[in-house]
Design a protein around this ligand. Structure first.
Ligand code: DQA
Length: 145
């Protein structure tokens, strides 16, 4: 049976393509998700991509992933830097977590340098733009290959 990987996009990532393109690039979220699905096909894994601007939605989806998904790839957007609730949910899910950021958060404002997720993640990929999701997916899939 192929692995099930959940990809979660947090707040404002629905605005990709028009949101600060100098920082986040010109691809829309649909473009990014399409590339993820192509890569998933190549790797032979099943991927579900979801986006929400709501912290509660993200917490609920992470809770539901426990026992259902095999790994979580998450770009929690600004909640990365603020949300103990998302970090607690990820810890409780007991799944491998891959943290992705499009931009290199360490080259940006100091409030972006701290992530509540990094300490529980298998890996953190930032600064590669949308390719970061594909790298995370390849790494996650390798565990089930
Ligand atoms: C981001 C970086 C965050 O600091 C920011 O709040 C985002 C996007 C990124 O992908 O680079 O919304 O997670």
């Amino acid at each position: 049976m192929s692995a099930n990987i959940l990809v979660l996009h947090g707040p404002n990532l629905n605005m990709l393509g028009t949101r600060e393109p100098d920082v986040y690039g010109h691809e829309t979220l649909d473009d990014v998700n399409a590339s993820i699905q192509v890569k998933a096909g190549e790797l032979g894994v099943a991927v579900e991509c979801r986006q929400s601007n709501s912290e509660g939605d993200l917490v609920t989806w992470i809770q539901q992933a426990r026992g259902q998904a095999d790994a979580i790839i998450i770009n929690a957007g600004a909640y990365t830097h603020t949300s103990v609730a998302i970090a607690d949910a990820l810890r409780a899910a007991e799944l491998p977590v891959y943290e992705v950021h499009l931009s290199n958060i360490y080259q940006r404002e100091s409030f972006r340098h701290h992530s509540y997720i990094s300490s529980l993640a298998v890996a953190v990929i930032c600064g590669l733009g949308p390719d970061g999701y594909l790298s995370a997916l390849a790494a996650a899939a390798k565990k089930f290959g």
